[in-house]
Design a protein around this ligand. Structure first.
Ligand SMILES: Cc1cc2nc3c(=O)[nH]c(=O)nc-3n(C[C@H](O)[C@H](O)[C@H](O)COP(=O)(O)OP(=O)(O)OC[C@H]3O[C@@H](n4cnc5c(N)ncnc54)[C@H](O)[C@@H]3O)c2cc1C
Length: 321
């Protein structure tokens, strides 16, 4: 029995969400008196041995050029085969875009119970009970997993990264990916921008900004602090911003360290996509705006007066003014 943690990469670099999954999986291994091992699919530009500092003794790697583009069906087959090869009984993913696509497929392949959206270590004192988010983060459920093999997808930002000492043994796992049923014909990247799904800092605008011509207020702050930009659905529906920037229940769900919301009301459907952010700052001229209830810091004021002052203050802080 051991724990296998799927290490998700973006362009060959280990994602922060995977460091959380590694820390979580290693803590669970210690709790269960077993070992935690990592699994990387595809080539890595990072030194994988350093992942030992997050508690894993071993990192298995399956390398094949066909793995350069994420294909959930192929990756699920590889993770399931790897889990069988190493005798893993708990498989951990981050509940990010890749994890959401791969974990359910792995669970089906291994006939394993799946908990997606886990927010805490399982209670193993009497069974295997995992706390997870439900109703778009409005409530929690305790889910008991009764199958011999278990799959957990950990919500980003739900578990603190814990880094210590040590290095991991890196070994190549001899498992062949099956041919993909899809062919990637083109990849169009938004160059020079921080990808929203992975961003640590996000500046976002809502209908309170009145029109696309005022987005300089969002972009100036985002550029200054190296943040990605996002928007409410109302804004994307009005074609002020592209739909890939829309966050919320029907848009992207994000979990940055900072979510800076300007002129957004904080409707429940918007909050569903951003309420896992570590720190939420809200600028809204209506003191009764629902977003203030979810905010860590709030500024009641007109964005057109407040934001130039915020931007000037950040510029000064950075020694640019
Ligand atoms: C099924 C369903 C799914 C949905 N999914 C999503 C989703 O995924 N994401 C999402 O965002 N929405 C979603 N919505 C829409 C959601 O309910 C809201 O309508 C939307 O989030 C409102 O966007 P907004 O806050 O930008 O605009 P508004 O509701 O118009 O709010 C604008 C805010 O700006 C403030 N404001 C106005 N002027 C200023 C100023 N000068 N300075 C500062 N503040 C100002 C106002 O006080 C107000 O709070 C969904 C709705 C449904 C029914």
């Amino acid at each position: 029995m051991s724990i296998l943690i799927y290490i998700d990469q973006a362009e060959g670099h280990v994602k922060k969400a995977s460091l959380e999954a590694l820390s979580y999986g290693s803590a669970l291994a210690a709790q269960l008196g077993t070992t935690a091992e990592g699994l990387v699919l595809g080539a890595s530009k990072d030194e994988l041995a350093v992942l030992g500092a997050y508690g894993v003794k071993k990192v298995h790697q399956v390398s094949a050029t066909t793995l350069d583009h994420m294909d959930a069906q192929v990756n699920a087959q590889l993770v399931a085969d790897a889990a069988k090869a190493v005798g893993a009984t708990v498989i951990i993913f981050s509940n990010n875009l890749s994890g959401k696509a791969i974990a359910p497929r792995v669970s089906a392949r291994l006939q394993a119970g799946l908990v997606s959206g886990a927010v805490a270590l399982p209670d193993t004192s009497n069974g295997f009970v995992v706390r997870k988010n439900v109703f778009s983060g409005k409530a929690f459920a305790q889910v008991e997993v009764r199958t011999p093999v278990k799959v957990i997808a950990l919500n980003p930002n739900a578990y603190m990264i814990s880094k210590g000492e040590g290095s991991a043994e890196v070994s190549v796992l001899d498992i062949a990916p099956r041919p993909s049923r899809i062919k990637v014909t083109a990849v169009n990247k938004v160059s020079g921008k921080v990808p929203l799904g992975e961003a640590e800092l996000v500046v976002s605008g809502g209908r309170g900004l009145k029109g696309p011509e005022n987005w300089g207020l969002v972009e100036d702050l985002a550029d200054l602090i190296g943040a990605a930009t996002a928007c409410s659905r109302a804004v994307a529906d009005a074609h002020w911003r592209p739909h890939h920037e829309h966050v919320g229940q029907t848009g992207l769900a994000i979990a940055p360290n900072l979510y800076f919301a300007i002129g957004i009301s904080g409707a429940i459907q918007h909050l569903a996509g951003v309420n896992r952010s570590k720190v939420i700052v809200v600028v809204n001229k209506d003191p009764e705006a629902p977003f203030f209830k979810a905010a860590d810091y709030g500024i009641v004021g007109d964005a057109f007066e407040v934001m130039p002052k915020v931007i000037a203050a950040v510029r000064k802080l950075k020694g640019l003014a």
